[in-house]
Design a protein around this ligand. Structure first.
Ligand SMILES: Nc1ncnc2c1ncn2[C@@H]1O[C@H](COP(=O)(O)OP(=O)(O)OP(=O)(O)O)[C@@H](O)[C@H]1O
Ligand SMILES: [Mg+2]
Length: 335
């Protein structure tokens, strides 16, 4: 169940590498900024940052690393402009040893500052894998997008990523409840000696004798606002593959993810990457543009529930006037 707060900060994860997390982050950012929103992209891939490369920034003047090292007072100071109006970027810390592992206090400060960034939307591009840093960034974001492709291995990784994130959240929340912590760890490890094999089963059991904990877990599950996106769809029917993730999430984790949208496999994406011309993603007739537009519209709806966003709505009422045409900004002709 969705709670009624607006979602402004989104992270894009999915476990597996090369499935299009950065492309989706970039594409959504471009569309939302074209729709008049102020957007900040954060390259949260602390080990292999490349969002700046996709945007044609060769040597970023400041990066997340400067903030993490205390060289910048505010995270806001790490935002660099891009060639696109309304789209700012916080570059990841590429190739800098140690950057992939911020300390706990650095991470807390980072998470607080993300919430304070002056933007209508903040989109966090996460790296591959399920390290605690990645999971914490994902869990921190009110809006969570888990990306996958239709390949079985990708669906598995994506589910594994969601599960790892949820268990990380529960483990932190119940770190002091030793018995529960032990049971959660057993289920997470798929321990053969575990008394329960799934969170759903555990919940059933504790409902009667530990109702307070039951409701605390239930609230965490209800607040876990998860959205699924399938990328590189090549054949009819593949767009329905996230249904498999939905089913297992519901059966084993008691989560109810929604499907945010689909991105078809589209050669325009490769062109956008190879030519460092991200605006090609918005090419009017491309499949990619259509998919991105649809998802961005949902993000607008999910993000505009607060008073602040209503003010934006009156400035440019996308719903009533229809979406503005996707045109290139001046000076942004593809090379
Ligand atoms: N919809 C698509 N159609 C065609 N090609 C795509 C599509 N999405 C992604 N690609 C291709 O896949 C490549 C990898 O995408 P991307 O860099 O976004 O993956 P990633 O998940 O961020 O990887 P990593 O985990 O390594 O950061 C892109 O460079 C592009 O060539
Ligand atoms: Mg990436």
């Amino acid at each position: 169940m969705l709670n009624s707060a607006s979602i402004r900060v989104w992270s894009i994860g999915g476990g597996k590498g090369g499935i299009g997390k950065s492309i989706l982050t970039l594409g959504l950012g471009l569309v939302l900024s074209r729709l008049g929103r102020q957007v900040i992209l954060i390259d949260g891939d602390l080990g292999g940052a490349n969002l700046h490369t996709l945007l044609g920034v060769r040597y970023p003047a400041v990066t997340l690393e400067d903030f993490l090292q205390g060289k910048l007072k505010r995270l806001e100071d790490a935002v660099i402009p891009t060639a696109y109006e309304g789209l700012g970027l916080i570059c990841g810390a590429d190739d800098i040893l140690g950057s992939a592992n911020p300390t706990h206090s650095q991470k807390i400060k980072l998470l607080q500052e993300i919430a304070d960034l002056p933007a209508d939307f903040v989109l966090l591009d996460l790296g591959a894998g399920t390290s605690f840093n990645i999971l914490d960034l994902f869990n921190y974001s009110p809006g969570k997008i888990a990306l996958c492709t239709a390949q079985t291995t990708s669906l598995q990784s994506s589910y594994g990523f969601i599960k790892a994130a949820l268990y990380r959240k529960l483990s932190l929340e119940f770190a002091k409840q030793e018995e529960l912590f032990r049971l959660l760890a057993q289920i997470d490890r798929q321990d053969a000696a575990a008394s329960f094999t799934s969170l759903a089963q555990l919940l059933e059991k504790i409902r009667d004798f530990a109702p307070e904990i039951y409701f605390r877990i239930k609230r965490i599950l209800d607040d876990f606002q998860l959205f699924l996106v399938v990328n590189m769809v090549r054949a009819e029917g593949e767009e329905r593959s996230p249904e498999i993730i939905r089913t297992v999430c519901s059966e084993y984790l008691r989560l109810r993810p929604q499907i945010l949208g689909t991105l078809d496999y589209d050669p325009v994406v490769e062109q956008a990457v190879n030519r460092t011309a991200p605006q090609l993603l918005l090419h009017g007739k491309s499949q990619a543009a259509a998919g991105l537009l649809q998802m961005a519209k949902r993000l607008l709806v999910l993000g505009r529930l607060s008073g602040r966003d209503y003010a934006l709505k009156t400035r440019e009422n996308v719903e009533e006037r229809g979406l503005p045409p996707l045109v290139l900004l001046p000076g942004q002709t593809p090379s």
